[in-house]
Write a protein that binds this ligand. Structure first.
Ligand SMILES: *[C@@H]1O[C@H](CO)[C@@H](O)[C@H](O)[C@H]1NC(C)=O
Ligand SMILES: *[C@@H]1O[C@H](CO)[C@@H](O)[C@H](O)[C@H]1NC(C)=O
Ligand SMILES: *[C@@H]1O[C@H](CO)[C@@H](O)[C@H](O)[C@H]1NC(C)=O
Ligand SMILES: *[C@@H]1O[C@H](CO)[C@@H](O)[C@H](O)[C@H]1NC(C)=O
Ligand SMILES: *[C@@H]1O[C@H](CO)[C@@H](O)[C@H](O)[C@H]1NC(C)=O
Ligand SMILES: *[C@@H]1O[C@H](CO)[C@@H](O)[C@H](O)[C@H]1NC(C)=O
Ligand SMILES: CC(=O)N[C@H]1CO[C@H](CO)[C@@H](O)[C@@H]1O
Length: 370
């Protein structure tokens, strides 16, 4: 049985409920009127669109990345499927289309490459807690099956890239303040929605980029962000990142809003089980280290050479991690940095001796907007 609903103002947003999940057709034009954003979870639909419709203040996107687990190379790939108006998110290039697929890569030797492609519209199908998406006319799409996990398919001659990126999840998904279940708060900060379907994955990247092959195994990640308000009205700065250190998959998030109020989200899992998932202040603390370790950071301060992370693992004790920047994965600019790096750390149990010498690789970012 197929039902067609009209949501809000008629044809602005239509979706079809079928046995195969819920299909959302998202037009490429920014929509007039009021956006409705979802900030409390329901039993399913973790990876479904969260803003209907996408007006000029709204953004909603699906983000994927992989960083090499080999610390002697700096290979990475980041792919974002945007349904976001340009005024709502300052990092987007002006475009007629709000449905944009964008890819950034760093080769093993640190060479950077990126491409962006405007879609004529997007189709997202949400099934259970997963999703699939097609950005029409770009050659960028993704799909998910419970057994194999997420798979990105790229056949984009205009952008100059072809290949696949797979994500076999090794860590349970989570929301900003806890596990995936109904009734969870989805705001990681004021009007910033966040759902992390895949905090860590065993990933395989195999891309052909303008004749150069980029193939590596790594730590993969997938989440989505959304808001019904302009990004810069709610965010002054933030530190976010993920990686695998010793037996732990970790995701960190520590941000300041325009009033200087701090919001955090801490996540750690081990053996595919959640060890920590909290947004309580003190559950995690991320601070810059080394060169340019100014806190809070601002547009005029340089990028730091690393970060120190204290992550409360409850009964497991405390994880203390030092992240060192190895390479930038986007060109230097005053407001936004994305980097790959390596981590070293120790686990300090509630009783007994610390386990030192934990290592791993990470991909992370920093916004500083004021
Ligand atoms: C939004 O409103 C403007 C001005 O009335 C109109 O030109 C435009 O077509 C509308 N956009 C959509 C997507 O309906
Ligand atoms: C979009 O919707 C939001 C949420 O209702 C509203 O606050 C905002 O003013 C709208 N933006 C525009 C440009 O109409
Ligand atoms: C780095 O790798 C890229 C991609 O393989 C290649 O095109 C480029 O020539 C390399 N640069 C150097 C300096 O070796
Ligand atoms: C979504 O995830 C929750 C929590 O893990 C689980 O209880 C629920 O069964 C999942 N839903 C589906 C359809 O897989
Ligand atoms: C510190 O900031 C200065 C000025 O922006 C910059 O030249 C330098 O590369 C930064 N250091 C690091 C480690 O990024
Ligand atoms: C990070 O990698 C560099 C270069 O491979 C190495 O010299 C350094 O010791 C590593 N640092 C950590 C914290 O693992
Ligand atoms: C916490 C959060 O919202 N994180 C995501 C927001 O979007 C960026 C892309 O700019 C992702 O890197 C984060 O994972």
């Amino acid at each position: 049985m197929v039902r067609i609903h009209s949501f809000l103002l008629g044809a602005l947003w239509a979706f079809v409920s079928a046995a195969q999940g819920t299909v959302y057709e998202i037009p490429s034009a920014v929509q007039n009127g009021t956006s409705q954003a979802q900030f409390t979870s329901t039993a399913t639909g973790l990876d479904a669109p969260k803003v209907h419709p996408v007006n000029a203040s709204a953004f909603d996107w699906w983000y994927f990345d992989v960083v090499s687990t080999d610390p002697t190379v700096v290979s990475s790939v980041v792919l974002t499927f945007f349904t976001s108006s340009q005024p709502a998110f300052p990092l987007l290039a002006p475009s007629e289309s709000i449905t944009v697929a964008r890819i950034w890569v760093s080769f093993p030797n640190g060479t950077l490459w990126e491409a962006s492609s405007d879609a004529t519209g997007a189709t997202v199908t949400a099934e259970g807690n997963t999703s699939s998406g097609i950005w029409h006319g770009t050659g960028f799409s993704w799909a998910a099956t419970p057994a194999a996990g997420y798979l990105i398919n790229i056949d984009a001659p205009d952008a100059g890239v072809k290949g696949t990126i797979s994500f076999k999840s090794v860590a349970p998904g989570h929301y900003p303040c806890g596990p995936v279940e109904a009734g969870q708060n989805l705001e990681v900060g004021p009007h910033i929605g966040w759902a992390n379907a895949v905090p860590d994955a065993a990933s395989v990247v195999d891309l052909n980029i303008g004749g150069s092959r980029l193939a590596f195994k790594g730590t993969g990640y997938h989440d989505k962000n959304w808001s019904d308000q302009i990004f810069t009205t709610n965010v002054a700065s933030w530190y976010w990142g993920h990686g695998r250190i010793g037996p732990y998959s970790i995701v960190w998030f520590d941000f300041l809003d325009l009033t200087g109020t701090e919001f955090v989200s801490a996540y750690a899992s081990k053996d595919d089980k959640i060890v920590a998932a909290s947004c309580t202040l003190g559950s995690i603390k991320v601070r810059p280290t080394g060169q340019n370790a100014t806190y809070p950071p601002g547009i005029s301060t340089g990028n730091p050479s690393g970060y120190h992370i204290d992550l409360d693992l409850g009964a497991h004790g405390k994880l203390e991690v030092d992240v060192s920047v190895l390479a930038a994965t986007i060109p230097l600019n005053p407001t936004y940095a994305r980097s790959v790096g390596n981590m070293s750390g120790s686990l300090v149990p509630l009783k007994g001796r610390a386990t030192t010498g934990l290592t791993g690789t990470a991909l992370f970012e920093q916004f500083k907007l004021t």
